[in-house]
Design a protein. Structure first.
Length: 338
């Protein structure tokens, strides 16, 4: 089970993330019986969830919106987990289901692994295909190429994969998952180790990014997406709710400018809903925040201020171009934006 409602992490001192359960891959050659096909699959995501948000960014950058439709769940789960209460009649308009668990049940009745996002569902059968958040975005970048928009960036270039994988492994361990280990620790020592690890790795990443615009090569890659999805949540939820409070992102000049640069790049900030992020963490993890009170801050205005990272050079989209405007039905409501 993943972190669930936060309470499942208690009863042991260190938080452990379980492995994703369904790992079928949607590929160009359809070797798992799931060929890439426009309109056949639906991505189900929570805008609150950092793992799902990777897929939201990739889908936008690659221009897969028409090929891979999107269902967004309510940021606050109930005891049956993720639900489609943001949609008319509380049903996903394409799948016709009220709970994401229905797609999991259609795949394997009462499977014990827990219901998580991101999830890709096969529309004709209504069955979950994959909730393998680590592989999912790599496949969007490499296997879905035939359906990418013209000018889509190469987010996982063949010649840079070793370096990207290495950077992402450290980011995953110490940053993406490190904040969860700090937040869900129930022992002082475990919390301190995780929290120290978060900031140690962030300092190293800050040094790496001091004189280069992106983490690997000179363009945006999957590594930047994975760091961004944690950084954009940092001050809103990880600093307070998860007690990763040695410093705020806004106090680290390099990482704050790096995060703003990406936030202001089409495909990144236009997927972020700070309202969903805050309500999910503060209302769902009742073990950590029993009152469920959602703080008013932080002030988000800074996200739109100049970052001056162009000075470092780099070509954010390589030989490609930025994505066009967000579809009207996927725009972030005003309360979720700076
Ligand atoms: N699928 C992965 C990672 C994805 C994940 O943890 N997603 C969270 C949201 S951020 C989730 O859906 N958790 C289940 C829940 O909260 O009910 C896992 O099982 O650990």
């Amino acid at each position: 089970m993943s972190e669930g409602n936060g309470n499942s992490a208690y009863g042991r001192k260190a938080f452990k993330r379980s492995r994703s359960h369904f790992t079928d891959r949607i590929t160009a050659d359809g070797r798992d019986g799931r060929p890439v096909e426009a309109g056949r699959y639906r991505l189900i995501a929570s805008r609150a969830c950092p793992w799902a948000s990777r897929a939201l960014v990739s889908r936008r950058l690659l221009g897969l919106e028409d090929a891979l439709s999107l269902g967004v769940v309510d940021p606050v789960q109930d005891d049956r987990s993720w639900r489609f209460t943001l949609d008319p009649d509380g049903r996903d308009p394409v799948l016709g289901i009220r709970y994401l668990s229905e797609a999991y049940d259609a795949r394997q009745p009462e499977y014990p692994g827990g219901v998580s996002v991101p999830a890709i569902v096969d529309v004709p059968s209504g069955k979950l295909v994959t909730n393998d958040y680590q592989q999912l975005t790599l496949d969007l970048a490499t296997e879905w190429k035939a359906l990418h928009r013209q000018g889509a960036p190469d987010l996982y270039p063949a010649g840079l994969r070793d370096e990207i994988d290495e950077v992402m492994a450290d980011i995953y361990e110490d940053v993406n998952n490190g904040v969860y280990r700090a937040g869900f620790a129930t022992g002082q020592k475990e919390y301190e180790a995780a929290c120290a690890g978060v900031f140690h790795r962030l300092e190293l990443l800050g040094q790496r990014l001091a004189d280069r615009r992106h983490l690997v090569g000179d363009s945006i890659t999957e590594a930047d997406i994975r760091l961004f999805t944690t950084l954009v949540r940092f001050d809103a939820v990880y600093h307070g709710h998860f007690k990763c409070n040695r410093w705020k992102l806004t106090e680290h000049p390099v990482l704050w400018a790096y995060a703003r640069d990406l936030y202001q790049t089409p495909g990144f900030g236009d997927t972020v809903d700070f309202d969903h992020i805050k309500r999910h963490y503060y209302q769902v993890h009742t073990g950590i925040n029993p009152t469920g009170i959602v703080p008013l801050g932080p002030d988000l205005a800074g996200w739109l201020t100049p970052h001056h990272r162009e000075r470092l050079g780099g070509r954010p989209f390589g030989d490609g171009t930025p994505p066009g405007p967000v579809r009207e039905d996927e725009e972030i409501p005003a309360q979720g934006r700076p």
